[in-house]
Design a protein around this ligand. Structure first.
Ligand SMILES: [Zn+2]
Length: 200
């Protein structure tokens, strides 16, 4: 899949451990194992005892891309633009213009997820309108069915510092859509700001 390839390439360009670096002392599970970098054999001899990150170290693997400078820069730009558009929307009285601004926000966030996925099958919904997020999740579902993908992750935030419908998205998915069309939404045990979406 293109998304996965983009992700792997970004990770490899910025975080791949070279042979010389590999021998140096490293903090436990902070960098990608070379067996899982481009050209790696995906069969690390250290297995579960490897001190580098493997795909099965889900959370660390997902967070790899967050450490890249480019990701942080672009994410900052997107957040600034989205905040600006939300501010603009609050000054708008007519529904048609407000909807057009929502559309622009939602498109921007979708594009960011497509070009800079934090991890394979991982989607950050922060900043989207509730309707836009629900539509996006439905589109993700369709894409998953077509590509035979059973699990994806949706970052909604916990809603503790709620702005712009973030908790609403979470509640709507958990309360209104759970079980609908055999799609299930379950918050991750160690981070309930992320919802695991499973098609059974
Ligand atoms: Zn390894």
């Amino acid at each position: 899949m293109t998304f996965n390839m983009d992700f792997t390439m970004t990770v490899n360009q910025t975080l791949m451990v070279s042979d010389t670096q590999y021998c140096q002392e490293d903090k436990f599970k902070t960098r990608l194992c070379k067996s899982y970098a481009v050209g790696g054999d995906e069969n690390c001899k250290y297995g579960v005892n490897c001190k580098f990150i493997h795909p099965e170290d889900e959370e660390q693997y997902m967070r790899l891309i967050e450490y890249t400078e480019e990701y942080r820069r672009v994410k900052g730009e997107v957040q600034k633009e989205v905040q600006h558009l939300h501010g603009l929307k609050r000054t708008i009285k007519d529904a048609i213009t407000a909807n057009a601004i929502d559309e622009r926000i939602n498109r921007r966030i979708r594009l960011f997820n497509e070009v800079y996925p934090k991890a394979p099958n991982y989607y950050d919904l922060h900043g989207m309108s509730t309707r836009g997020a629900v539509n996006y999740v439905m589109d993700i579902c369709n894409m998953m069915r077509i590509n035979n993908i059973s699990t994806s992750w949706l970052e909604t935030g916990r809603g503790n510092h709620s702005i712009d419908n973030i908790p609403l998205i979470r509640n709507v998915l958990l309360n209104n859509y759970n079980g609908f069309n055999n799609v299930y939404f379950v918050p991750l045990a160690h981070n309930d700001g992320i919802i695991e979406m499973t098609i059974v």
